[in-house]
Design a protein around this ligand. Sequence first.
Ligand code: HEM
Length: 365
Amino acid sequence: LTYSFYGSGPQAGVRTPPQQYCVFMTFDLQIETARELQVLLATWSGAIDRLMSGKAIGSVEPSRSSAVPTDTGEAQELGPNGLTVTLGLGPGVFDKRFDLAAMKPALLADLPSLPSDQLRAELTGGDISLQACADHPQVAYHAIRDLARMARESVHTRWTVMGFGKASAGAGQKTPRNLLGFKDGTRNITEKSDYDDFVWLGKDAGWMAGGTYQIARKIQMNIEIWDADHIGDQQDVFGRTKHVGAPLTGKHEFDTPDFAKKKADGDPVIPATSHIALAAHENNDGIKILRRPYNYTDGISRFGQLDAGLLFMVYTNDPDNFSRLQRKLGASDRLNEYIGHIGSAVFAVPPAVKSGHYLAEELFG
Ligand code: HEM
């Protein structure tokens, strides 16, 4: 499976049906001039095109024995494996350094502090993000490794998450599960009209038209505590059944939840503090966000517990829609007993470019 880097719509990796694996990394720019930023974006664009086509970005085995290989080589023979690399620009790109303030995407700003934030400085922010998704873990890793390596004079790595399993579904895919064992991605954005209303930026966004905003949250799960909870409570936390993934008011996964349905004692069947009751568009003035998360693990914590969670990737044409939902979830979601948001960053994702051009070229007039 090969996706094209060049094209006229959005960058690949947003609407693309989620591939199995993801490596997400953010970077701090170490350069000082707009010219150097331009060179970086042009160089990365050309390299991303090669990587997505399954090609090496340079020589794996140079003919001169004294030469250092320009491609590290571990993705040879693996092919493209559905690789997409999606690039985002953080607020720092538009600060004083590069004199680009006038070009700043209108809604690009650090997120406000949100309830239940347990952010760690070393897992927040970044001037640029790269999200590599592929159906082979080493293809995704190689892409990020070699893009970081070729730009090491211009960027420093900031934080990274390796997603070992997708936790959302695209067109034609079965809904996968998150590490709490529940199907994730059942009610997500799929219709073109919803993409237009809630994901893509419109013509009024100028050079960003057709782009979107990316919000990355590293959400740690208290897995052992969750695993000790009884099934009735786990299902009340989400408002869905575990095996089938049906709303508590239905039988099948894709039944529409009925948030008004009451039990004999007058309480709603889907508890008001359940994750879906709080997050559903019916209860949030119609707001929807595109969720494209991945399960991650960092092994074992220093307390001897499983260190794992969800790399929660959101695409939205208004980051405030995420903040509004998170404010509500952060205040009352029963899921909060089992999770903590430890990483966070926001980026503007420029639209794709046609062959012969590079990402965000418009910035440089
Ligand atoms: C739905 C899991 C964090 C927004 C769901 C569902 C699950 C789930 C299992 C039900 C299936 C589905 O419709 O996809 C999780 C886990 C999280 C997490 C494990 C953290 C570790 C968040 C956050 C937000 C969010 C931070 C937004 C700020 C939503 C929305 C829905 C949803 C909008 C769809 C609700 C509906 O329309 O029924 N999530 N979620 N989730 N989640 Fe989360």
